[in-house]
Design a protein around this ligand. Structure first.
Ligand SMILES: [Zn+2]
Ligand SMILES: [Zn+2]
Length: 182
């Protein structure tokens, strides 16, 4: 069985029974808009599955080592993140969803009594992955003028940026501004 799918054992169908499941699996990259987050190690998870009466509550954590692109300089940016996994699976025919739950907050346990953790894990990671990841906190980014990566090199135009209070030097952007599109 795939390691991201857990099977609910018979003994868990008794009220208040709880079991812990741990595992890991190599996940495909997560793509959020224009950003891609690759996983440099298998995702590892730990969840407790508890019979809360007519339903299973799934709660735990996922640990991810992530590689993505720095939002400032486009170099690789690495980070480690922990997301909170939460799911609620009704045991079909036994009960109705709690009144305070929206339709997208619960699912039905399938006939095989298996739970695919992957959607829960992805939802957990989306909450904690940085929207603007940086290669390091003080990343200097790219020069607006020449595109030099200012973490690795300096450039002549960089000096001009520091004199920005002065009437600005003509730049690529000014040239574009004055350009008349036919
Ligand atoms: Zn950077
Ligand atoms: Zn430059």
């Amino acid at each position: 069985m795939d390691n991201k799918i857990i099977r609910i054992p018979h003994e868990l169908f008794a009220l208040s029974e709880s079991s812990r499941f741990e595992g890991s699996y190599q996940s495909d990259p997560l793509v959020l808009g224009a950003d891609e987050y690759a996983f440099t190690k298998p995702l590892s998870y730990r969840v407790d599955v508890t019979n809360v009466g007519g339903a299973f509550l799934v709660q735990g954590n996922v640990f991810a080592s992530v590689s993505t692109q720095c939002a400032r300089c486009l170099d690789p940016a690495y980070g480690e993140y922990t997301g909170d996994i939460e799911g609620y699976f009704l045991i079909d025919g036994e009960s109705a969803a709690p009144e305070d739950m929206e339709g997208d907050e619960y699912e039905y346990l399938n006939e095989e009594h298996t739970i695919d953790l992957e959607p829960l894990i992805r939802a957990a990671l989306i909450m904690v992955l940085p929207q603007r990841p940086f290669c390091k906190e003080d990343c200097k980014g790219l020069c607006f003028e020449c595109g030099a990566n200012l973490n690795h090199e300096t450039c002549e135009c960089n000096k001009q940026i520091h004199l920005v209070e002065e009437p600005s030097q003509p730049s690529r952007f000014d040239a574009l501004k004055n350009y008349k599109f036919e």
